[in-house]
Design a protein around this ligand. Structure first.
Ligand SMILES: Nc1nc2c(ncn2[C@@H]2O[C@H](COP(=O)(O)OP(=O)(O)OP(=O)(O)O)[C@@H](O)[C@H]2O)c(=O)[nH]1
Ligand SMILES: [Mg+2]
Length: 311
């Protein structure tokens, strides 16, 4: 049955796609089967991560980028990762409105993911959602994450090109520099360039990026006014240039291997842990060992050794 659905996804059936993504997000067993059928069809899409502080205009920019890609006839998947906050529902609604014109386009697929409750971790769930969109033939998959905490580092693992958004008015020191997320940027954007303080941010970024180049690629700094679509063509060009650079420098190949290795190890870890848990939880072994640690009879490492040797 999941194979049928996978087939329908490959044929462009949106309802089947929605269904599979729900399985993937919730970690249902059917998801694994579906992914098995879809995986061989993935690996063609260019994956672009867009990250930046809350309210920096990520969704607006994503919408503008998607429209530009559509003008060029390229199909788009959009994944929005919502921060786990009481406002996230509002954010989803807001994004819906901002991207309303896109939702009726059959070549655009938008998916919001809650960070809450992703069973195998958000990174794994995001990877799988991206794989499904990639397999169903999207030319580009755009992933939006808020640059706070670990998420932005994870996005750099999933994306081929990471776009980091900065905005004016985020204080004297730029938030991005403070959070260290400039290091993951392949492309820097100064959004809200219509605001007077944008020029100062632009200059500051130039100074900073002169110190932080990486081999063969000079990180471009692009001004955008995303609700007016200004600078978006330039940004799209920069993303294409980065893709070309990744290909010609051999970095794309390297990335693919590193990613495959990371995914294999993460999956193996999850698999081992879930096997261990299902055994040791049902026979009470886990509780016994927890008790022993609480009573200071066993230290956690020794207890873990015993758990693995005899679940
Ligand atoms: N002045 C100005 N406002 C902008 C620009 N781009 C976006 N905005 C506004 O900034 C606000 C936040 O935009 P969003 O696109 O929701 O920002 P976001 O980064 O996706 O926000 P979260 O997903 O909640 O973190 C909205 O009111 C936008 O209209 C811009 O270039 N200039
Ligand atoms: Mg948003």
């Amino acid at each position: 049955m999941s194979e049928d659905i996978a087939q329908r996804v490959l044929e462009g059936d949106r309802r089947a796609l929605t269904r599979i993504l729900t399985w993937v997000e919730n970690g249902y067993p059917e998801a694994r089967e579906a992914l098995r059928s879809l995986f061989p069809h993935s690996g063609r899409a260019h994956i672009v991560g867009v990250t930046g502080p809350t309210g920096s205009g990520k969704s607006t920019l994503l919408g503008a980028l998607a429209r530009e890609y559509r003008n060029q006839g390229r199909s788009i998947g959009i994944v929005v990762i919502d921060p786990t906050s009481p406002f996230s529902h509002g954010a989803i609604l807001g994004d819906r409105i901002r991207m309303q014109d896109l939702t009726s386009d059959p070549e655009v697929f938008i998916r919001s993911m809650a960070t809450r409750g992703a069973l195998g971790g958000l990174a794994a769930a995001t990877n799988d959602v991206v794989t499904v969109l990639d397999a169903c033939g999207k030319d580009v998959v755009l992933v939006e994450t808020v640059g706070a905490g670990q998420d932005e580092v994870e996005i750099a693992d999933t994306a081929h090109t990471t776009v980091v958004i900065n905005i004016p008015g985020a204080g004297d020191d730029m938030q991005a520099i403070k959070a260290g997320i400039l290091e993951i940027a392949d492309i820097l954007v100064v959004n809200k360039a219509d605001l007077p303080a944008a020029e100062a941010v632009f200059k500051q970024l130039h100074i900073f990026m002169d110190l932080a180049r990486y081999e063969g690629w000079e990180v471009p700094i692009i001004k955008t006014v995303s609700h007016k679509g200004e600078g978006v063509t330039k940004l799209l060009e920069a993303i294409d240039n980065h893709r070309a650079y990744l290909q010609s420098s051999g970095r794309l190949e390297k990335m693919r291997r590193q990613r495959a290795r990371r995914q294999l190890l993460a999956a193996a870890q999850a698999e081992l842990l879930s096997g261990l848990l299902s055994a040791a939880e049902s026979n009470g072994r886990l509780d016994t060992l927890v008790d022993a640690i609480v009573e200071r009879e066993l230290d956690p490492h020794t207890a873990a050794e015993q758990l693995i040797a005899n679940p």
